[in-house]
Design a binder for this molecule. Sequence first.
Ligand SMILES: Cc1cc2nc3c(=O)[nH]c(=O)nc-3n(C[C@H](O)[C@H](O)[C@H](O)COP(=O)(O)O)c2cc1C
Length: 144
Amino acid sequence: MPMVQLVYSSQPTKQMASRDLMEILDVARERNQDARITGLLCYAGSHFLQVLEGERKQVCETFYRIADDERHSDVTIIDYNYPPERLFTDWTMGYAGLGEIRRELIRRHAPDGEVASLLPDAGSVMAFVRDVAHELSHGFLSPD
Ligand SMILES: Cc1cc2nc3c(=O)[nH]c(=O)nc-3n(C[C@H](O)[C@H](O)[C@H](O)COP(=O)(O)O)c2cc1C
């Protein structure tokens, strides 16, 4: 079964308290571990950006479940590809609240500092996600 990477954006249907986010992450990490899925969830207040990677069948099943979740809407696939290897080997679901991400990291990819401005261009989204992952794995950001 081929390995795939799926990236989507969505908009929270209400403002997320950290407790809401922890609830999502607790379930996500448990389910993803069983399904051998790895990835990253970014919460930017106005948007979620999530990367899911793993076996195609597992990623698709998980994504359909997530897409059905009423805690967000406007679920939009940004990229779906067959990477040579996983980008997020260490994380069943890494997490970055964009409130904590340095503004210049967003500006590196979106000059106006708005995550929404990244979304039209899949390449920018992927470059941004890679930067967030890099900072997370080097401890520049503290995952909750
Ligand atoms: C932004 C967001 C990201 C989510 N990420 C995942 C995930 O990575 N894996 C997962 O299994 N569920 C994730 N969920 C939760 C699913 O939508 C769903 O609630 C959960 O998988 C349990 O599904 P079930 O109640 O149908 O068993 C996420 C939900 C939201 C709103």
